[in-house]
Design a protein around this ligand. Structure first.
Ligand SMILES: Nc1ncnc2c1ncn2[C@@H]1O[C@H](COP(=O)(O)OP(=O)(O)OP(=O)(O)O)[C@@H](O)[C@H]1O
Ligand SMILES: [Mg+2]
Length: 263
């Protein structure tokens, strides 16, 4: 199984305006790397560029993606090497395909399961992702599902894909608190049991503290800080990082001090 996915010098332009500048990062299997930063700092575009799914008008002008040090084309990565939970779940689904068709399509990439057994496998994955009555949901089209349901469906598809890496862009934004906790637990166990490597884009520093091993901080299209999760919380170097950490701590009526213990 692949051990390391590396993004090297990713640069994205809109016309002549750089939106992502020379971003390099790597994720090893079994590792959760958090990508954090203010809204608009370029986190989602970095993921989209690596997967070759930039929207019209945007261009990746520099950069490459390596799997175990071997250069890969974005379309070799999508679905096979990297599964995704995207920030806007609706855009990740084909509007004219049912959930069953999406499941079968995902399974087809990695296995040759016959449709009868495929349905059981898909139902099982949907249950694990917290979807109730999966047999009924299989008949539904994306527009008939809520955002939170689609997010859970993407997690089910991730489990079905057996891709060794996962890009999760705000994977729990559309979910209620109970479901958030459940999905984060599920993602965590996927990392541990299947030794998945995950790039986790999030605004939630609580999630970073709980799940991430390493943290990359983006600001204005660039990586400005890279450190272990302990260092980020106890000794953030950059003003932007300090602000993110302080905003999180203020929720608990705390602030950064020089001798903070990492809990
Ligand atoms: N299609 C586009 N054309 C022009 N600019 C774009 C386009 N898509 C995104 N941008 C700009 O690129 C910048 C980075 O966007 P991106 O979606 O990567 O931010 P982000 O870090 O994921 O933010 P958020 O935390 O809000 O999701 C933003 O300033 C955004 O306005
Ligand atoms: Mg985003």
């Amino acid at each position: 199984m692949a051990k390391q996915l590396t993004l090297e010098h990713i640069t994205v332009l809109a016309g002549t305006q750089p939106l992502v500048r020379d971003v390099s990062l790597s994720v090893r299997s079994g590792e959760i790397v958090a990508l954090i930063g203010a809204s608009g700092s370029g986190k989602s575009l970095t993921c989209s560029a690596a997967l070759g799914v930039l929207s019209h008008g945007l261009q990746m002008t520099q950069g490459r993606i390596l799997l175990d040090h071997q250069a890969m084309q974005p379309d070799e990565l999508r679905g096979h090497v990297v599964s995704t939970i995207m920030q806007n779940p609706r855009s990740a689904f084909n509007p004219v395909h049912t959930m069953l068709q999406h499941g079968i399509e995902t399974l087809r990439i990695t296995t040759s399961a016959r449709q009868t057994t495929a349905q059981d496998t898909i139902v099982q994955a949907m249950r694990e992702a917290g979807l109730e009555n999966p047999e009924t949901l299989l008949k539904l089209y994306p527009h008939e599902m809520s955002g939170g349901m689609l997010q859970r469906m993407m997690i089910a598809l991730t489990m079905l894909s057996h891709a060794p890496f996962l890009f999760a862009d705000e994977p729990t934004t559309d979910l209620d608190l109970v479901m958030q906790a459940r999905i984060l637990e599920l993602l965590h166990s996927l990392i541990q049991q299947q030794k998945l490597g995950m790039l986790l884009v999030t605004h939630d520093m609580g999630v970073v503290a709980r799940l991430a091993h390493r943290v990359m901080v983006m600001s204005h299209g660039e990586i400005i800080e890279h450190a272990s999760v302990e260092e980020i919380f106890t000794n953030p170097q950059h003003a932007v990082t300090r602000e993110l950490v302080n905003a999180h701590l203020s929720l608990y009526d705390m602030e950064l001090t020089n001798d903070m213990e990492f809990a």
